[in-house]
Design a protein around this ligand. Structure first.
Ligand code: ADP
Length: 889
């Protein structure tokens, strides 16, 4: 909207000037009891918030579009805008409008964005709210991630798009800020925004200066050199972290004292789990409903505190790959299992502990209320008990947690002495500070209470003097203290009563004496309220000064909570401690699917075994009719491996887990319709990704590869994929491969490392019964028609299908497959065409395949040094014509 500034009223001009500094934000401009928005902001906000659009005289011909939200309900409106991806700048009145001379001074005090919002109402306490900075520079990505509500601040660097997406996935930030190079790099930002509901914005280049980024980090952490922070090897990472820091300063306009550390990490410390695998395995939310119920997190989360819940989630998002670290976690869980009485007791003490991480955030921000401090005190009360209980344990990790837990008794004592037990939420209305904490406060308080007695005395005296029986001293905010005389006694009012107000049935008066008393009482009250506010801020600041101790304790509490949770689930669900090896052997006896077994009410879950290694049992081809339980089984194996690597016990009778560096899954038809790709295209893209990025230490779960296309193409692709994966020269990853192509069972015996399994079913006449048990061997029938019958397809269709199936006879394709497999095996023996296992396909060139062709032979034989240019032209022309004729044939 074009606006002529010279015409604007002074307030509107100031509004426009402020808005100019925050062009990408909606500006909430405080006017009295409302935050108002004007012009384009008003149009956008009225729509987003469904509030009425009005107008305001602004000096221009037309009124300015305007909408507003009341200040006392601002949080909920803010949250709604931020959730929709808007940034909101809040311009506050910086002086009391009653006292201001001229235009009231207003300033932006904070900018609220999706990644920096701190209001408790807007945040899910079991989830971190991450802001991520991504910098693309010299072919590398610097990534820095911060949770402003807890003070967590991380940094890393990666080289490829894939790794970047893995990080984005791991943290699912609600906001990404990036440099222009990343914004323009061709990464599909729209897809990212939609998929994760996150805001992405490219920031001005001043955020990404190498020098300025180093400076802001050094200044914030009060350190002379970045090597002190362990950042020396993170050139691009430093820029990402510096930009995030600068952005936090600019939006929060606070000193961010609760951000006390920055943690560099290497992505190589954790198992790699890509986007679709996270979704397929339903680690923290279900695929369809995006709920927690029905996920691995749901099964494992018996944490008592918000900090524990967040830490457990990050354990699941980042399983470990170093054996020693996994064993340390296992030891902690095991020790808690063995001391379950102490564990239960720990749980009792953890239960009342509030979210210390976010509380200290609010305390540092100076937004914590007196009630927050009482919640803080209640939490602190538990710490000595938790510490004492932890002392009983001797495993490494639990010892470290005990060591890190500071009982913070001094802070408990401070709050206990200063803040009353049931304080108000507001800070400016008094009633916060305890009797005995501060002498002046006590004195003012007693003036206030004694004042009440004085008033009662005055009332009695005047009643007697005037004879007005109903005379009363009353108080209201507008008139202060007054005598009230009902109309029936009006005639008895003496001359020294000064009339203040007339009502229909009474009149109100004051006297000199009452006025004097009022001054003393109200003065004391006002002074007390102001003093209490100062005292409260003092207490809050004293706590804020201890932020490092509190954060360290919060981490210890989170850890204790997570291990108690893992232990309690392990005991309750009958999990076992898996032994962890680095030889690549996965041996699970009577394994169960952690989630399905818990979701089943009436039926019993049937446990199954698994054996995979890097030798003869690399790849299991799993057949069986639809609904037999193939994908449940495969996910179960992947989840058990993942649980083992996050340090949890696992649902099995016995388990030996070879550490996997990555888990890949390609399961079912992906519902990636939003991206506009066909199911088959999505499937093949995922297969391509797996084949390119898996290593021999990865675990692959492939369900129905090739299903999205015709039988012959599908079978051929599935076949070739198995050949590629099982070849130790090409990949050799451990794989579970479910398929409805029974022809693939022919591969056992012809390709090393491939073993057939099927999920048993029992035939009962024309029907089948699912046994859910995995056994060696291939299924020879698909039982599709029986499954259709079970699903309720009408009998007439079923019997017609039987007739057609009889005619078509699947036999043809099966026997042909057998022939090809056999031929493959035979030729392999004669070395005529080597098996994939024995050839490095990457070395096969175009010329290997066409070297016997006569055109190629002729090209090869040309004596170029003796040819004239015209000869060469003619020869080329002839060869080209020959080639074209051949294509025409
Ligand atoms: P498939 O992949 O072979 O089509 P699913 O794995 O989807 O079959 O399993 C079908 C249903 O069978 C699941 O919804 C589950 O409830 C049940 N199921 C699968 N495995 C088991 C098991 N081991 N024990 C009991 N029920 C199972």
């Amino acid at each position: 909207m074009e606006i002529d500034y010279s015409q604007l009223s002074p307030m509107m001009r100031h509004y426009m000037e402020t808005k100019k500094e925050y062009p990408d934000c909606i500006l909430f401009y405080r006017l009295g009891d409302f935050y108002e928005m004007f012009f384009d902001d008003a149009l956008a906000a009225s729509k987003a918030l469904e509030i009425t659009l009005t107008g305001k005289e602004c000096g221009l011909k037309e009124r300015a579009p305007m909408c507003g939200v009341p200040y006392h309900a601002v949080d909920s409106y803010l949250n709604r805008l931020v959730q929709k991806g808007y940034k909101v700048a809040i311009a506050e009145q910086m002086e009391d409008p009653k006292l201001a001379k001229g235009l009231v001074k207003r300033e932006v005090i904070r900018v609220v964005t999706p990644g920096t919002i701190t209001s408790a109402q807007a945040l899910d306490e079991t989830k971190n709210n991450y802001l991520m900075g991504v910098v693309y520079l010299d072919g590398r990505y610097g990534i820095s991630t911060a949770d402003i509500s807890t003070g967590e601040f991380l940094v890393t660097e990666v080289e490829s798009d894939r790794e970047l997406f893995d990080e984005i996935n791991k943290f699912s930030p609600s906001e990404i800020i990036c440099n222009n190079a990343f914004y323009m790099s061709g990464v599909d930002l729209e897809d990212l925004k939609n998929r994760y509901n996150m805001a992405i914005s490219a920031l001005d280049s001043h955020f990404f200066g190498d020098e300025s980024c180093r400076k802001i980090l050094k200044e914030h952490f009060k350190i002379g050199s970045l090597s002190g922070l362990g950042l020396e090897d993170y050139g691009t990472g430093i820029i990402a972290a510096g930009a995030v820091m600068e952005y936090m300063y600019e939006t929060q306009k606070s000193t961010l004292e609760h951000i006390t550390a920055i943690t560099p990490y290497s992505t190589g410390q954790y198992m790699v789990i890509d986007t679709s695998t996270r979704r397929n395995l339903e680690l923290v939310e279900t695929m369809r409903e995006k709920q927690k119920r029905g996920t691995l997190l749901w099964v494992l989360d018996k944490t008592k505190t918000a900090m524990g819940a967040r830490l457990l989630r990050s354990f699941i998002e980042q399983p470990l790959i170093h054996r020693s670290e996994i064993l340390r976690r296992q030891d902690a869980v095991e020790e808690l299992n063995m001391n379950y009485i102490s564990r239960e007791e720990l749980g009792e003490y953890l239960n009342p502990v509030y979210d210390l991480e976010r509380l200290i955030g609010r305390i540092s921000y100076k937004t914590a209320s007196p009630r927050d401090l009482i919640a803080f005190k209640t939490s602190l009360e538990m710490l000595p008990h938790i510490k004492k209980l932890l002392k009983e344990f001797c495993s490494d990790l639990l010892r470290e947690l005990e060591d890190g837990l500071d009982p913070l008794e001094d802070l408990w004592d401070l709050i206990d002495r200063s803040i009353v037990e049931d304080p108000p939420i507001t800070v400016r209305e008094g009633g916060i500070i305890k009797e005995g904490y501060h002498e002046e406060a006590d004195r003012l308080r007693s003036a206030k209470t004694e004042g009440k007695t004085w008033l009662a005395q005055l009332e009695a005296n005047e009643k007697e003097k005037t004879g007005i029986k109903t005379l009363k001293v009353k108080y209201n905010k507008v008139f202060g203290y007054y005598f009230e005389v009902t109309n029936s006694f009006k005639d008895m009012v003496p001359a020294y009563f000064v009339r203040k107000q007339t009502l229909t049935n009474a009149e109100r008066f004051t006297t000199d004496e009452l006025k004097q008393l009022e001054d003393v009482i109200l003065g004391a009250e006002e002074k007390l309220v102001a003093l209490e506010y100062d005292l409260f801020c003092g207490v809050r600041d004293a706590i804020a000064a201890q932020v490092v101790r509190i954060q360290q304790t919060a981490r210890a509490i989170a850890g204790t909570d997570v291990f108690c949770s893992l232990s309690s689930v392990a005991t309750r669900r009958n999990y076992v401690k898996p032994s962890i090896n680095e030889k690549g052997v996965i041996h699970i006896k009577n394994g169960r699917h952690p989630v399905v077994e818990q979701m089943m009410r009436d039926d019993l879950f049937v446990a199954n075994d698994t054996f995979l290694d890097n030798g003869k049992n690399r790849l299991s081809v799993i057949t069986g009719p639809n609904m037999a339980g193939k994908s449940t089984y495969m996910r179960q194996v992947a989840l058990i491996v993942l649980m083992a690597q996050l340090g949890s016990f696992v649902p099995a009778q016995e388990a030996e887990i070879g550490i996997c560096d990555r888990i890949f899954t390609r399961v079912g038809a992906s519902d990636d319709l939003a991206s506009g790709q066909s199911t088959f295209m999505v499937e093949m893209t995922e297969v391509a990704n797996i084949l390119r990025n898996a290593t021999r230490n990865s675990l692959l779960v492939l369900d129905e590869i090739g299903r999205g296309t015709s039988t012959f193409d599908g079978l051929s692709i599935a076949w070739a994929v198995i050949e590629h994966i099982s070849s130790t020269k090409l990949l050799g990853a451990k794989t579970l491969f479910a398929t409805h192509y029974h022809e693939l069972t022919e591969l056992e015996g012809t390709i090393a490392g491939v073993k057939n399994y099927c999920i048993a079913v029992k035939e009962q006449g024309d029907d089948i019964v699912f046994l859910r048990k995995i056994v060696r061997g291939g299924a020879d029938k698909s039982y599709g028609i029986q499954v259709a019958k079970l699903a309720g397809v009408p009998d007439s269709v079923i019997s017609r299908a039987r007739e057609i199936a009889g005619d078509l006879s699947e036999h043809d394709i099966t026997s042909r497959a057998r022939e090809i497999a056999q031929a493959n095996a035979n030729t392999a023996q004669h070395k005529a065409v080597p098996k994939p296992d024995e050839v490095d396909l990457q070395q096969l060139t175009f010329f290997d395949t066409v070297k016997d062709d006569d055109i190629i032979k002729e090209l090869d034989g040309l004596e170029l040094s003796t040819m004239t240019p015209i000869d060469a032209m003619n020869t080329l022309y002839r060869l080209q014509t020959k080639l074209k004729n051949r294509w025409k044939e």
